[in-house]
Design a protein around this ligand. Sequence first.
Ligand code: MN
Length: 235
Amino acid sequence: MLIALISDIHSNLEALKAVWREVKSSDVILCMGDLVGYGASPNEVVDFVRQKMGKRNFLCVRGNHDNAIAFGAEWGFNPYARQAVRWHQRVMSVENLEFLRRLPVRQLFTDDTGRSYLLIHGSPRAPLDEYLFPWLSESVFKAVLGYVRQDDLLVGHTHVPMLKWTGRRRVINPGSVGQPRDGDWRAAYATLETEKEPPNNVEFHRVEYNVEKSAERIIKAGLPRFLAERLFEGI
Ligand SMILES: [Mn+2]
């Protein structure tokens, strides 16, 4: 079984389509949230995801930006993000906002070998808020996994790809499709091949996309210029 892991699409349709070309042949797609926020194609991204979800095995959880836009919970957001939240609330369809509200905060998945996964945007201790950065100490990951009954924890939120081991258990972040922040502008995703043995069954991928078009849409929408410029830098 081939599992594709995606996260943090952030209303970037061009990046999503580029990743989709590579993941569409997988058996299941697991998404760790933040479909929207920052970018300029929220309805297009949510329409795309809703349409694919209706046809195939595709699970997705709610991220902090999805939550802020759908429920108006924008505390803790920087001015750029807040401006984008308000723009999203103005332009998004009622149906797409309702779709975001209905996304679960946690999802469970079990693969064909019996290995189980918990999907959550941030961390089990603060599902929408805590950032599990790769440079945190081993004791943090141990503590976090103490709240997880499944074998592996799949997260997003940091926009930095990561694979951490604690014994036989893992915390995996595929990185961000639509706004990478690890210095590489290309869209990020990961794949997990269950026929191979851990630890060699997770692969991280990058794919080029039409970043000029995504940036141009952000400028045209009147969103902060910085949100367009950062896409070229991967910051
Ligand atoms: Mn995010």
